[in-house]
Design a protein around this ligand. Structure first.
Ligand code: PLP
Length: 449
């Protein structure tokens, strides 16, 4: 760890002694003290106490280009200098927004047709829920399609709609009375915990597709709007990827019944798993897809819904517009950041680096940790890796439903002499899983790091 001078005059000028530890924000655990960040550079964050932290989690799997990427900041400054950080997309277009959307659609090889920009992943999920319902409403206002099917260990956001879709038991608990009734959760896709002894991928996938089919039959196939899943589960399980063939099989079930196949790539998308979109690795085009974190790389809050041709056509031929909208969407300054992030990602071929460094990270993790008595599973894809901790390795027994173990590992890792951030997560988040930490460094990471 390199000590650097990180005096922050501005922060000092505003510090008062009224509450200890500057605890005016309700964003965090009120009983804890948090390190104060003053500066960032590449893979590292610099703290007020002089320490340098290796940001192996890219913040919350967000800062895909690392910190202090001057080429992004320059583009944002250039845009801000025009004097219009914001304009309502209800009244105007802006060339940077147009360019961003064009870039995003081109990156899907035109397999998706339009994008809807939002300010966060949760908002993108809210928009998706409404657009999916509107798709059926456009053709038949009396549509019986009112149900969603999602998965037990899943997290799709914290707003009421997005949380209603999520299976994350801990995050849902206090708000159950407000969450949608018309969401059914089936099991997730977790071979470590669910594969039968000697079971092939093919058979495993067949069982999962049969479970989805059974849920359609139980609800009435013509009442289902769509099935929503994360290709690689992030916060709820700790980087658990799909099994090859799984997405295709699940999409087939949806399409057999005229329902939508919807992917949430807010965390795993935009290059994190070694293809720009996770579905591209399996060539399974979704009907709707959300992206978020890696879109703006933390330089601006921006997320999006990708919309397929059939949904676009239905809305175009129906009411002609998505019956939705928020004040902060498609802001020129957001677009300037996201466009710069996406352009750099392409020009520097960073998704190739994700694949290369991801292989190296996998090798290191497996070499060093696979034999540890409390490391139950090491899984991931690209630069998106999870370690699951168990009390009893042979029987895969988790430590419990608290975040204690993963949180303690985080607390230790971020302290001297390690100075590393690991992203901790709760076990038993709807399905059954142990505590985990996620390792998801920036796409610029090198093997020396
Ligand atoms: N979907 C997934 C898969 C996520 O991981 C998250 C956030 O972690 C969200 C949705 C919600 O995104 P946001 O926190 O930007 O609202």
């Amino acid at each position: 760890s390199t000590k650097v001078s990180t005096k922050n005059e501005n922060a000092e000028a505003f510090t008062t002694n009224e509450l200890p530890n500057g605890q005016y924000l309700l964003d965090r655990n009120l009983n804890k003290n948090y390190p104060v960040v003053v500066r960032g550079d590449g893979n590292y964050l610099f703290l007020e106490d002089g320490r340098r932290i290796f940001d192996t989690s890219s913040g919350a799997a967000v800062s895909c280009l690392g910190h202090n990427e001057k080429r992004v900041i320059e583009q944002m400054n250039k845009q801000l200098d025009t004097g219009v950080p914001y304009i309502p997309s209800l009244f105007y277009r802006h060339r940077l927004v147009d360019q961003l959307c064009e870039h995003m659609i081109r990156d899907t090889d035109h397999k998706m047709k339009k994008v809807y920009l939002t300010g966060s992943g949760s908002e993108a999920m809210e928009a998706t829920i409404k657009l999916a319902r509107q798709y059926f409403w456009e053709s038949n206002k009396e549509t019986k399609r009112v149900n969603f099917i999602a998965r037990q260990s899943s997290y799709h956001g914290n707003t009421i709609g997005a949380l209603g879709i999520s299976g994350h038991a801990g995050r849902r608990a206090p708000y159950l009375p407000f969450l949608m009734d018309n969401v059914e959760h089936i099991s997730d896709c977790n071979p470590y915990r669910q594969r039968l002894v000697g079971e092939s991928n093919e058979h495993f996938v067949e069982r999962k597709a049969a479970e989805l089919e059974a849920k359609f039959q139980e609800l009435g196939p013509d009442t289902v709007i769509g099935f929503i899943m994360e290709p690689i589960v992030g916060a709820a399980m700790g980087c658990v990827p799909y099994v090859p063939g799984y997405m295709k099989a699940m999409r087939e079930v949806c399409h057999r019944h005229g329902a939508l196949f919807i992917l949430d790539e807010v965390m795993c998308g935009m290059g994190r798993t070694g293809t720009l979109h996770a579905w591209q690795a399996e060539d399974v085009v979704p009907d709707l897809q959300t992206v978020g974190k890696g879109l703006g790389g933390g330089y601006q809050p921006i997320a999006a819904v990708y919309i397929s041709e059939k949904v676009v056509n239905t809305v175009t031929n129906g009411s002609g517009q998505f019956i939705h909208g928020q004040t902060y969407q498609a802001m020129p300054v957001q677009a300037s950041a996201a466009l710069a992030v996406q352009t750099l990602k392409r020009d520097l071929d960073l998704v190739t680096n994700v694949r290369m460094q991801g292989k190296y990270l996998e090798k290191l993790l497996k070499e060093k940790l696979a034999d540890h008595p409390n490391v139950g599973d090491i899984r991931g894809l690209g630069l998106f890796w999870g370690l699951e901790f168990v009390k009893d390795k042979e029987n895969k027994i988790p430590f419990g439903s608290s975040q204690a173990i993963a949180q303690k590992i985080h607390d230790l890792a971020i302290s001297e002499p390690h100075n590393i951030v690991l992203y901790p997560g709760t076990g038993c988040a709807g399905g059954v899983s142990g505590d985990h930490v996620m390792i998801c460094p920036a796409y610029i990471v090198q093997s020396d790091d």
